[in-house]
Design a protein around this ligand. Structure first.
Ligand SMILES: [Zn+2]
Length: 112
């Protein structure tokens, strides 16, 4: 019985919402919205695997759970969008070259 440990760093607070309830919601949401929205905009059909917050919730639970604020993205889109967003403050359309994935991003943390 290995249980994933909560992260010990400062991101713990904002990630607290990503619990079992979110995982269930995520599965449900991706079933309703199976295609990556950014890829769809450029005519590509890619299976979404991430429920992204359109407006960063930054720990705000109302924003976090607001369905209007959710969009389906594939992982490359999610990662590149977030990286650019942090760098430029705006969200790009989509230029998925398939990478890069930030190894420090919490989605990329290896198990254990
Ligand atoms: Zn995509």
């Amino acid at each position: 019985m290995t249980q994933p440990r909560a992260t010990d760093d400062r991101r713990g607070a904002t990630e607290r919402g990503y619990g079992a309830r979110w995982q269930k919601y995520r599965v449900w949401f991706l079933r309703q919205h199976p295609l990556c929205r950014y890829c769809e905009q450029i005519g590509r059909l890619t299976a979404a695997s991430v429920v992204d917050h359109i407006v960063p919730h930054r720990g705000d639970m109302e924003l976090f759970w607001n369905m209007e604020n959710h969009q389906p993205l594939c992982k490359p889109c999610h990662d590149s969008a977030k990286r650019r967003e942090e760098a430029t403050g705006k969200r790009p359309g989509c230029d998925v070259s398939g990478h890069p994935t930030d190894p420090n991003h919490h989605w990329n943390k290896p198990h254990g």
